[in-house]
Design a protein around this ligand. Sequence first.
Ligand SMILES: [Zn+2]
Length: 331
Amino acid sequence: MNGPLRFVPYLRPMVWGGRRLKEVLGKSLPTDEPYGESWEISDHSSHQSVVASGPLAGKTLRQLMEEDRAALLGRGAEAYRVFPWLIKFLDARDWLSVQVHPDDEEVKRLLPGEGGKTEAWFVLDAQPGSRVYAGLLPGVDEERLRAALAAGTVADCLHTFAPQPGDCVFLPAGTVHAVGGGVLMAEVQQTSDATFRLFDWNRHDAFGKARALHIEEALACIDWHRGPVRPIHVEDYAASALQPASPGTKRKSLVSCAYFKLEFLYANEPFEFGGEGRLQVLIVLGGNGRLATDAGEEEAKLGQVWLAPAAMRAHRCRPNGGLRALLCSLP
Ligand SMILES: [Zn+2]
């Protein structure tokens, strides 16, 4: 594991998805259906990512975890049975259900074998009318939320805002949330598929059936002290795509939690990726550049996700104009 690794994306059709994983991010969608998710890096049992290029092409992330976990994760590698993050792109053309995820403790009781799920979103594009729901409005307790569930008015209990490109939304486990109406985003989360649906917008399918809800589990997970969640915004995010500023790199810290550290990176001069003795992932959000790899130089471009193993020495990335990315690091 001497160089940066890129994996084959796992593309998932979803009723609430669209076509922008292809149109904006350049993913090749195998069918004409709507696609909701592209799993870029996953060690979850439902899909294990495969290395796309270089000397390790064809190996799964699970194999890398089993063969050389210390080289991959660095210090504290023993603490991780599975790779720490699941990294995705999401195209929420329609509405995702109102949901909540358990934390590391609650999940042991409610869904043994799964992990807790703290997540962060970064908005790449948002259509008019799209919304994010995140956190409870002040004064909402279990009694009020149960009444709203019975009346089908759960949205009235939630903080909501119109997302903008450049918004980062941090959702610790236990935060009620939903998104939809045309939001394209990158997501970093703990490796987990533990989701409890609280409310599905009173929707029914063509046969008059509603999707299963998990109300009691969801209520048990909610952090009742988590009030409105407001986005952390990267100023000039949209403009930085167009005009390379004076030469330099700009970094802005977005999230720092027990599971990941997330930064926004803008660079229009060469910068070093990896080599800090800890696991890092670069999620390219805009622009492109040339990244040194084991197989020579490869293009790093919008929609790609690169992993720097902890043991890797620094590799140079040379942007072509301006490159915008998220940098995720193991704390
Ligand atoms: Zn979620």
